[in-house]
Write a protein that binds this ligand. Structure first.
Ligand SMILES: *Cc1c(COP(=O)(O)O)cnc(C)c1O
Length: 500
């Protein structure tokens, strides 16, 4: 073990609060913070090269051009960029990201967008069509998720993160109004989406993380122990983003119900897969409104609902709960103002495209899409497990996370990147995942993935001397005890992204 590893191991055993303190002190030692800044600067130069490939290739602007450009020039440049980027996702090299992607479907959604491009649901009087589309998207989603015959309602949002933020704000405001809770807490498995931590930060709700078991499912006993008089909501994923594991939603939601607190099923990823998987006979544990303890859900139309990016549905058991999400202003000189979600004006065209996707695909379309995806995922799961150095984590339906005891999986990820693959590198535990979409159901894609993966493992085994390009960064990012510094680095990365 190198000195650095030993140091990290040691630091890893220390109290996180002491570490935060030490980190702060260390930065204050003259020279240390300069040294750190120097290291950051070096990494950032490298990073900038990789995230700004168009730097000298196309005209760029930091001022609005004095004279407007020709439409043909703008379209030509955009077509050229599209041509450079398209095959990467279209040919199925990417985990998640584009869930449908057939040209005919894309063309249809674009046609719908064009028809509705001026629409804004904020103006219900001008575009009642937008409100019709949104109300029906919510109703169709609610009924698909066990809401039939129940008082399940909801709203459209801009994406999974917004749906989650809205639901958490809703529980916070209800807990204050009904129970006078001023120090709210939420309980979520460590595998719950980062959007819940974002909600915790934005809305001042204390996050209580609970561990997951060997199959990456939330520990129900830990949830039970974590409940206090300030708990406002318990969270479970169906399934989770990292390992595709479905939490024990029945037990967790029942626990919440017994204690009179909310339960949110995050079905952002699985909301438009699991209902169809169940109909196809796959073993899907209960996760939706058929469980009496489930009081809210999020389901992303812009993932497996196959809508364009920018829509998701948040659902509630009962109109009363939904009221805590709404915003109203009665005193503003601009007039009576009210909006259902965080945004004011919203793109009605995206709602129209979402409605068009749901109704054009239909139950038959979702069933056949789900069948193809689950069958492809099964081929990939089996193929990964047949590589002696690798094993699939848990028993997922369509998000295949895999790890290794004998090879550095981040080096495998590096090699796969050279072969054009964009997989996700995860940590805690160290693994890599592929979220299977319709893109991977195209002939030959799963076979190509497995062949490249076998080659990658062989290559890493044969070349222990190679460090890899991203592998050390991933390795460091997951083991570095100075989490504040990792966080600083991520913020600097965002600065680079917004550099014109
Ligand atoms: C994608 C995802 C989210 C967040 O969705 P965005 O649309 O990226 O904001 C939340 N939860 C799970 C399980 C997800 O997979």
């Amino acid at each position: 073990m190198s000195l650095k590893d030993t140091l990290f191991n040691l630091l890893g055993k220390l109290n996180p609060r002491f570490l935060a303190f030490a980190e702060k002190q260390m930065k204050n030692i003259p020279g240390v913070s300069q040294k750190i800044e120097g290291e950051y600067a070096e990494i950032m130069v490298e990073l900038e090269k990789s995230v700004k490939p168009y730097k000298n290739k196309y005209d760029s602007f930091t001022q609005i051009p004095a004279v407007g450009r020709d439409h043909t020039d703008i379209l030509r440049d955009m077509e050229s960029m599209r041509d450079l980027e398209e095959s990467h996702w279209k040919d199925g090299f990417i985990s998640g990201a584009v869930y449908h992607g057939d040209q005919e479907h894309i063309d249809f959604l674009n046609q719908v967008y064009a028809l509705n491009s001026q629409s804004n649901p904020l103006h219900a009087d001008v575009w009642p069509s937008a409100n019709k589309f949104e109300a029906e998207i919510v109703a169709m989603t609610a009924n698909m998720l066990g809401g039939e015959g129940l008082d399940v309602c909801g709203t459209l949002s801009s994406g999974g993160t917004e749906s989650i933020l809205l639901a958490m704000k809703t529980y916070r405001d209800r807990a204050f109004a009904e129970k006078g809770i001023t120090k709210p807490e939420m309980i979520a498995p460590v595998t719950a989406h980062a959007a819940f931590d974002k909600a915790s930060q934005y809305f001042n709700i204390k996050m209580i993380h609970i561990p997951v078991d060997e199959n990456f499912r939330a520990d129900v006993n830990a949830a039970k122990k974590a409940i206090t008089k300030n708990t406002i909501v318990i969270i479970g994923s169906a399934p989770s983003f990292p390992h595709g594991a479905i939490d024990p939603i029945a037990e967790l939601s029942e626990l919440a119900r017994e204690h009179g607190i909310g339960f949110h099923t995050d079905a952002c990823l699985g909301g438009f897969v699991l209902p169809w998987a169940e109909k196809l006979g796959y073993p899907v544990p209960p996760f939706d409104f058929r469980l009496p303890g489930v009081t809210s859900m999020s389901a992303d139309t812009h993932k497996y609902g196959y809508a364009a990016k920018g829509t998701s549905v948040v659902l509630y058991r009962g109109q009363e709960l939904r009221h805590f999400q709404y915003y109203t202003s009665t005193e503003w000189p601009g007039g009576l103002y009210f909006s259902p979600t965080f945004a004011g004006s919203r793109p009605g065209a995206l709602s129209a495209a979402c409605w068009a996707a749901l109704t054009a695909i239909g139950a038959d379309g979702y069933l056949s899409a789900t069948k193809k995806i689950l069958e492809t995922a099964a081929v990939i799961k089996k193929g990964v497990n047949e590589i002696p150095e690798l094993h699939v984590l848990g028993n997922p339906l369509f998000v295949v996370a895999f790890a290794s005891e004998s090879v550095n999986i981040y080096k495998v990820l590096d090699y796969m990147s050279h072969k054009k693959w964009s997989l996700n590198g995860l940590h805690k535990p160290t693994c890599v995942h592929l979220c299977v979409t319709l893109r991977h159901t195209q002939p030959g894609v799963a076979e190509r993935f497995l062949a490249d993966l076998r080659e990658a493992v062989e290559h890493v085994k044969a070349h222990p001397e190679e460090k890899g390009t991203m592998a050390p960064v991933y390795g460091m990012a997951s083991t570095l005890p100075m989490r504040g510094m990792v966080s600083d680095l991520l913020k600097k990365y965002l600065d680079v992204i917004f550099k014109a």
